[in-house]
Design a protein around this ligand. Sequence first.
Ligand SMILES: [Zn+2]
Ligand SMILES: [Zn+2]
Length: 334
Amino acid sequence: MFEIVFLGTSASAPSVHRGLTAQAILAGEYRFLIDCGEGTQRQILRSGIGFKRLNRILLTHPHLDHILGLGGLMSTFARWESIEEVEIWGGRATLDRVSALLYGVVLDFERLPIAIHMYDLKPGTIIETKDFSVSTFPVTHRGPGCFGFTFQEKARRPFLVDKADALGVPVGPERGRLVSGQDVTLKDGTVVTPEMVLGAETPGVKFVYVGDTGRTDNIRQYVQDAHTLVIESTFLDTEAEQARAFGHITAREAATLAAECNVQSLILNHVSRRYRERDIVEEARRTFPEAYVARDYDHFVMRRGKPVEKLSAEAKQASEAYAVAEERAGEDEK
Ligand SMILES: [Zn+2]
Ligand SMILES: [Zn+2]
């Protein structure tokens, strides 16, 4: 299961209702921040998810509307005893600009109380855990070093409780051993194998995040069969020429990509102040009905075998992510 909390959904400059690009990705005990536009730290606080463990930062490209918030965020982290290490992933050009911002302006290098690790992105897998992997692929925007990210949950075989009960497998460590692939011998001498209690393999969620991009033809292989695709939608089709000139795409192009690559759900962000949200939704839905335009603080959950779900305000309060944040909010005040 992956979750995404949109912290800022506006392109190039903020609007009254939309902050600059940033989103938190929640993946079990891991949390990632994708991009960090100006004002992100306040958006994090207002969203309720809190700063804790939000120290893996993935950057799509070096434009200021995607990185300027790192100055403020790192300044806060640097005074924060609980965050000792921060990982920043980006293309070379992005890291150069981030380094200039952090070390040239924001942080006093001599007394830096946190370790900042910067990783130069290359296409391929960058993080692998027992439950999921994160990989990156090149995207064409203005300038070099622009990347998209794929979060791939691992395939899993469900444990069939009914079958285990029927076979007399006791509740306890025996079941854990079966899940991990080992045979179990019951008290009466019966041998139970994993084959007998595990169901058919179900593929994990594939979640693809594409930041600013001027092309869709060269990312199709990465987007193919995604459970959810989040992608920019800076222009409408009436301004397709301008989109081309600035290295962006239109809502219709984003929708066409989703439709042609067997994507289940499409969420558009990085939208321009010049348009009404409903015009963007309408243009996208003409080609791809399962299209949404993200608003700041929208929280979507992606579960295997289920369509993407947008959490209501009540569900957000009940969700574990917020419970953890709240429980820790007390500590954060110290
Ligand atoms: Zn941008
Ligand atoms: Zn850009």
